[in-house]
Design a binder for this molecule. Sequence first.
Ligand code: OGA
Ligand code: MN
Length: 278
Amino acid sequence: MTDVLQSGLETADIKPNIGSVIRADKQALLSGEHAGEIRNLLEARGVLVFPRINFTDEEQLRFTETLGTVVRERTGEDVFTVSLDPEKSTGVEYLKGSLYWHFDGTMQPVPILSSILCAKVLSATGGNTEFASTYAAYDALSDEKKAELEGLSAMHSAWSSLFYYDPEPDQAKLEMFMDVGDIELPLVWTHKSGRKSLVLGCTARNIVGMDNKQGTRLLNGLREWATSEPFRYVHEWSVGDMVMWDNTGTLHRATPYPLDSGRELHRTKLEGEEPIRA
Ligand code: OGA
Ligand code: MN
């Protein structure tokens, strides 16, 4: 069902638990007049899709600035090229982890609020982006399961996800990934708003203080649950689409695509506003 908000912004839910399509005039989006509504929808719906909005890099950056504080990439760029082709992107080694469920900036004390992707070139096969609501997944847990998770935390690191795609890395590469550090994060994030979400992903290695096999079983089971059909949205891209997600309550991953497919998405990011707290 399409809703027309007071300001004229048109939105429609994609699935009950996750995702809204937004149709708005490009100039209106750039003016910032809808910024408050977009921020509210982002938190409420997890993923916002702006079909074929066809922003240039400059427009994408301007739109991002209307919503909060833009964060630069490690490489210093405001608009970063997401591609697995080393000729196109400087971050290929880390981007290989984007094929597994994760949220962005896990290792930062305050994870980013949102990432925004604009599609420039698509792969002929694969290369969808999947999203899963960790708010909805938490809410739908039984009371027994919620009680079981209370007080638990997991160790997260970039080197844990490295083993997903490079199971026998050379030592220098392992050291490089280990240098990124390790962080202990609660399994359940209690947000300032009072809402709770699960903190999961391919960076999660073990549950602190729990036997390894038991911890792996728990983490894997929660990942399977959180990314299951009721909580998941798969975006099949068209060139020109822009998609943004609430990185504090949404996991995401790319579905596999050939490294040399030319697939290219441009990314901007919004600075985080709250640390992960139990
Ligand atoms: C990212 C990411 C997914 C994709 O840019 O953070 O995970 O589909 N991208 O490329
Ligand atoms: Mn990502």
